[in-house]
Design a protein around this ligand. Structure first.
Ligand SMILES: *Cc1c(COP(=O)(O)O)cnc(C)c1O
Length: 393
């Protein structure tokens, strides 16, 4: 696709991401607002049914955001005080916050430096008699080895709560993430590949779990007959509105186009980075690139790992200089165990040394369907120029 055919035009400053809502979506939102029914109603039911079909018939329930979705997944699995949940320290802090939120204890396992996901080979050593679940995260949309994940879970009788927040549209051996497995949680936050502005969905194993999830999402309530209500557990207020659901329905029809564009841009990143690094004679500079996976990743993000050992600049300096060139970047993510709350709970950043290094040096470059082809050239030459400028002798 050439630049002037780009169907998602954007402004000269390139943000690291940007959601795209077309006119049809905007019109559909107006229609819901005029309909007289704006909160959870027919559009939500339609969105949940469509998602269920998308995931091969498994039950799906939607929630106000991805964080609520994961919290409810833990509640549905019956995880609470005294339980341990194994997860990764390189994620959005929501992942471990929800574990703390239900009264359980997150146990952080180091990551694989290549995939930047939890190192499944290190999971067994972290399992104790209190371990109830594994919560993997598919960073940037790249799944873990799903066969290995479920074989560990089976062997140790653990639940799996997949934080697939970034992996809507990702696959494993030709099967969609979410279409198999245990509890699979997605986010539809504005930056995600499919957005409802804010929102999330949980893929469940059966209708009993789906009913329980419905209770947790609305005050623990069940209704019967015309006027009968009961509350038999403590639920929250985590429902998705019809305004958000109708956005999701429209995004879902555009997803294949978004996906193709993301993959094409990622492909260009690899090609242009290799050419530019070579012509700048920086082949010895160890800029870490993502796994070149064009069958399973949904290319939610394109992240490089900066060779900080070889530079006399830190990540903040590189980000500032890119920003001065009109290029937005992001940090996904700093090490969770470095946060004050987690330090106070006694977690040590040194206990996951690979995550510690990557948490300091990972950098998210712009990637979203609205980018123009020539943006990639501008971003890469900006980055390569900065690397060259700050190279230690
Ligand atoms: C976005 C995200 C979440 C949380 O989703 P929200 O919808 O923002 O609550 C959780 N985990 C990961 C890995 C995410 O990227």
């Amino acid at each position: 696709m050439s630049a002037n055919e780009n169907p998602f035009p954007c402004k000269p400053f390139i943000p690291f991401t940007r959601p795209h809502f077309n006119q049809e979506t905007i019109d559909a939102v107006s229609e819901v607002l005029r309909s007289g029914w704006v909160t959870s109603g027919p559009k939500l039911a339609q969105f949940e049914a469509t998602l269920s079909e998308y995931f091969g018939g498994r039950p799906v329930r939607c929630f106000a955001n991805g964080t609520a979705t994961m919290k409810i997944a833990l509640q549905v699995a019956g995880i609470g005080a005294g339980d341990e949940v194994i997860t990764t320290p390189i994620s959005w802090v929501a992942t471990s916050n929800v574990i703390l939120g239900v009264g359980a204890t997150p146990v952080f396992v180091d990551i694989d430096p290549v995939t930047r996901n939890i190192d499944l080979n290190k999971v067994a050593a972290a399992i104790t008699s209190k371990t109830r679940a594994i919560m993997p995260v598919y960073l940037a949309g790249l799944p873990v080895d799903m066969d290995q994940l479920y074989s560990i879970a089976k062997q140790h009788n653990l639940r799996v709560i997949e934080d697939a927040a970034q992996a809507f549209g990702s696959q494993w051996k030709g099967q969609k993430i979410g279409s198999f497995g245990d509890l699979v949680s997605f986010s539809f936050q504005a930056n995600k590949n499919l957005s409802t502005v804010e929102g999330g969905c949980l893929v469940l194993n059966n209708l009993d779990e789906a009913k329980l999830a419905e209770k947790f999402r609305l005050q623990g309530l069940t209704r019967e007959g015309m006027d009968s209500m009961d509350v038999d557990l403590l639920g929250g207020k985590d429902n998705m509105t019809d305004v958000n659901a109708v956005i999701g329905l429209h995004q879902l029809t555009q997803l294949p186009v978004f996906q193709t564009r993301r993959a094409a841009l990622a492909r260009q990143y690899f090609d242009v980075i290799r050419v530019e690094m070579k012509s700048a004679q920086l082949e010895h500079v160890k800029l870490g690139l993502p796994v070149e996976n064009f069958t399973e990743s949904n290319w939610h993000m394109f992240q490089v790992v900066l060779p900080l050992d070889q530079l006399n600049a830190d990540r903040a300096q590189v980000m500032t200089e890119l920003k001065d060139l009109g290029i937005g970047t992001g940090v996904h993510y700093p090490l969770i165990t470095g946060f004050t709350l987690y330090q106070k709970l006694g977690y040590k950043t040194e206990s996951t040394p690979i995550a510690q290094r990557i948490g300091r040096s990972i950098l998210t470059l712009p990637l979203f369907p609205g980018m123009a082809d020539e943006d990639i050239g501008r971003i890469v030459s900006g980055l390569v120029g900065i690397l060259k400028k700050h190279l230690k002798n």
